[in-house]
Design a protein around this ligand. Structure first.
Ligand code: SF4
Ligand code: SF4
Length: 370
């Protein structure tokens, strides 16, 4: 129905148009919530109303067939309402426990031909929820790794922790396919970041035709790019020169100038960061720190990456105290001990040198070696 004051159909409608009745009736008046079982939430309102939610894992890119099936399930059990979370989970809400159980059993029974879950129930509490991630090789221009591929491979090895809550605290994993990090990797318990390791290649033939050269110069955070003239077919043309030793392989110049491609099969790969969180429970929110500088891209199943992530999760699960997030645990035992316990190699590339007062510790110094 048309909304008051709307003059176009651009953008989403106002969110509360899509509230299920139980949410609309109790908006802002919830008393508490609890997690009944993995993937099952109960919210209790001041009015006494109870809202039961079943959460299932989804994917960021879905077929229309799958979305139709989700809508059919919502029609059958939830009056046509459902919601997507920021982690690409799908939540179905009902107002009775029996309705929730029937819905959960139905979701669990739906399988693909190969026998894998279509709509796995889970992703809550002290487990591993779905991964936030970025676009990857197909959909963006600066990726150093794929998104959907490594995300699928990682979620497959930690799938049991999606369906259970055996960990000391929630573990939130995210992946960004370049250091622009449009996937919120910097505050994740485990952040996977695509990194380039070589400077951009310069396509002198095209720089003058495809680029605003001053923009490419201005885009470089380390002042490694400067305008120059090069000789091409006996003529002097405007182009770009890059001081390689200054380049930090961020790809910003390529964003401005398509004649500076940076992707490289040998140079590109993934770094692993750990210990970040956005929650202020027990300790303040914190950034993740790099603990593995480089893992090569190994499509289609990224075995080195998945093995390392699984290993970090298992060492954390076996040693952290209850309620302790991965970063809290690493800080309590000390990052030196974290490296010893996980067996991850410590190199000088991993020295924490943020120039922020919060990080003024001796770890900034080059003495942080063992
Ligand atoms: Fe593009 Fe980088 Fe975002 Fe990946 S993380 S989608 S490469 S901007
Ligand atoms: Fe500068 Fe980044 Fe381009 Fe390197 S990749 S030249 S640091 S903008």
């Amino acid at each position: 129905k048309p909304m008051e004051g709307r003059i176009t159909d651009i953008g989403p409608h106002k969110y509360d148009e899509y509230f299920p009745p139980i949410i609309k009736n109790n908006f802002g008046k919830w008393l508490y919530h609890e997690i009944l079982e993995p993937g099952e939430l109960l919210h209790v309102a001041e009015s006494g109303d109870k809202c039961y939610t079943v959460r299932v894992g989804g994917t960021r890119t879905m077929s229309i067939t799958l979305i139709r099936e989700l809508c059919d399930i919502a029609d059958k059990y939830c009056g046509g309402y459902l919601r997507w979370t920021t982690r690409n989970n799908i939540e179905f809400m009902v107002d009775s426990e029996n309705g929730m159980k029937a819905l959960r059993d139905d979701l669990n029974s739906r399988k693909f031909d190969g026998g894998s879950f279509k709509f796995p129930v889970g992703g809550t509490g002290a487990g591993i929820s779905n991964m936030v991630h970025t676009q990857g090789w197909v959909h963006c221009h600066t990726p150093a790794t794929d998104a959907s591929g490594p995300v699928k491979a990682v979620m497959d090895v930690v799938f049991e922790d999606f369906k259970s809550m055996r960990l000391p605290a929630p573990v939130r994993i995210a992946l960004a396919c370049c250091i622009n990090m449009c996937g919120a990797v910097h505050c994740s318990d485990i952040g996977l970041v695509g990194i380039h390791r070589k400077p951009p290649m310069i396509d002198h033939e095209w720089t003058d035709q495809l680029c605003e050269i001053p923009l490419a110069v201005a885009a470089c955070p380390t002042a490694a790019v400067r305008p120059t003239k090069v000789e091409l077919d006996g003529k002097k043309v405007n182009s770009i020169a890059i001081k390689n030793e200054r380049c930090m392989y961020c790809g910003n110049c390529y964003t401005m100038c398509p004649a500076l491609p940076i992707s490289d099969g040998e140079g590109d790969g993934i770094a692993i960061m750990v210990g970040g969180k956005v929650s202020n429970r027990i300790s303040m929110p914190k950034f993740s720190k790099v603990v593995v500088g480089y893992i090569p891209n190994e499509p289609p199943r990224w075995p080195s990456l998945t093995k390392t992530v699984k290993h970090i999760v298992e060492v954390y699960a076996a040693n952290a105290n209850k309620y302790e997030r991965l970063g809290d645990w690493a800080e309590r035992i000390g990052w030196e001990t974290f490296f010893k316990m996980t067996g991850l190699e410590f190199t000088h590339h991993l020295i924490d040198d943020f120039r922020d007062p919060a990080y003024y510790t001796w770890r900034q110094s080059t003495q942080f070696k063992f």
